[in-house]
Design a protein around this ligand. Structure first.
Ligand code: ADP
Ligand code: GN1
Ligand code: MG
Length: 353
């Protein structure tokens, strides 16, 4: 390991894997000083341009820290011994480190409605704060990240290649994805026609990309800033809904447990719009439910693509986990279709509140 390469206070006493992120390799570093650290191997298969990625993160965290000096509220990069934000090891792997946000928890499901609403406020405020940030400074860390039609093309290719001979076993899921393909370009189409504005967005607004205070449950810090780049407000709203307003975990195998909670949807919409609604256009507000539907669809398509490709993108802990993840997303879509009119009404009411 490379814990000797960073300017950590104290002597390192342990370094163990932590977190449930699907992309980077994350380690908790303890030292004999009171402070702890997070050290991450950046996934270079996913993030092709690490210097540009790290420049984005340095710019964004510095910008946010100007407004809020509390170290538990903004990620703080720990410099390497050479004073850089990251380093490349002998195998060409890229590493960075953050100060550990003390006394925090990170959740895969909200424990209370209030807690989920608070995360909506935090992501809404994140977007509002970054409205003053010059988007031209940001590199696009993953081109076409939320280009849903492009994600569908990747599914077609993976199904045609069928690298592991898995396609026949998941024809039902492939058919489901294809039956919704014509709707995949709804948001990208509006963007292209100038009907939706580009903003600086987080683009990966799962509940487990926020740290909460371990005692009070209050949101402390938005993390996982790898995908902060120009994007659509509806996608940030939507990704939070697909993850946190689902009544089950993302990889739940019992699909009977998977539903969209309208109660959570409403709580999140009110808090998110309370924080950033005033700066959103009418069209953006109207597309929030669509954002939820499309982010769920896009993730389902991506999980299924990865299953067909041999689980090369998202980390898995068990065989079939990406297929399970795809299935929960598709089940959630079916439920959203049933609840569509109520999602739209709750959004309108939340915007007026
Ligand atoms: P990934 O891209 O793999 O999701 P994240 O940056 O989200 O990586 O980090 C993975 C996990 O590590 C988070 O879900 C959280 O549990 C933990 N984590 C990351 N940064 C910190 C931090 N600064 N303080 C405390 N925990 C953190
Ligand atoms: C990944 O890194 P993590 O686990 O926070 C992915 C997101 C997906 C999410 C699905 C860079 O997020 O786009 O929505 O998994 N991140 C990247 O849980 O691809
Ligand atoms: Mg994460």
């Amino acid at each position: 390991m490379h814990e000797e390469r960073f300017r950590f206070a104290g002597r390192v006493v342990s370094c163990e894997r932590c977190g449930s992120g699907h992309i980077n390799g994350t380690y908790l570093v303890r030292t004999d000083a009171p402070k702890k650290y997070i050290m991450q191997e950046i996934n270079r298969q996913v993030f092709r341009d690490v210097p540009a990625l790290m420049r984005n993160i340095a710019l964004v965290t510095r910008f946010l820290a100007r407004e809020d000096k509390d170290p538990r509220h903004v990620l703080t990069l720990v410099p390497t011994n050479e004073g850089e934000d990251w380093f490349e090891d002998e195998q060409g792997r890229a590493w960075r480190a953050y100060e550990y946000v003390e006394n925090s928890v990170c959740l895969d499901q909200p424990r209370t409605l209030q807690e989920f609403a608070q995360s909506g406020r935090a992501f809404g405020e994140f977007q509002r704060k970054l409205a003053g940030f010059d988007a031209a400074q940001l590199a696009e860390t993953i081109p076409h990240f939320h280009d849903t039609p492009a994600r569908c093309l990747a599914l077609h290719e993976a199904a045609a290649r069928d690298a592991l001979g898995r396609a026949a076993g998941v024809q039902r899921e492939i058919d489901f994805a294809l039956s919704h393909e014509k709707e995949a370009g709804a948001m990208t189409g509006m963007l292209a026609r100038g009907e939706l504005p580009l903003r600086v967005t987080h683009n990966d607004t799962k509940l487990n990309n926020i740290l909460l205070d371990a005692q009070t449950g209050e949101p402390l810090c938005v993390i996982d800033l790898d995908t902060v780049m120009p994007g659509l407000a509806g996608n940030d709203f939507g990704d939070s809904i697909r993850f946190g307003a689902s009544t089950a975990l993302e990889d739940e195998r019992d699909l009977a447990k998977v539903e969209l909670s309208l109660e959570r949807y409403e709580a999140y919409a009110r808090a998110f719009l309370g924080a950033c609604g005033a700066s959103l256009t009418r069209a953006e507000i109207e597309t929030l439910p669509l954002g939820a539907m499309l982010m769920t669809y896009e993730n389902g398509v991506r999980f299924l693509t990865d299953y067909l490709s041999g689980d090369v993108y998202f980390h898995i802990e068990r065989e079939g986990q990406n297929l399970d993840r795809a299935r929960t997303q598709f089940k959630l879509i079916e439920d959203m279709e049933k609840k569509w009119a109520r999602m739209a009404r709750l959004t309108e009411e939340a915007a007026k509140a």
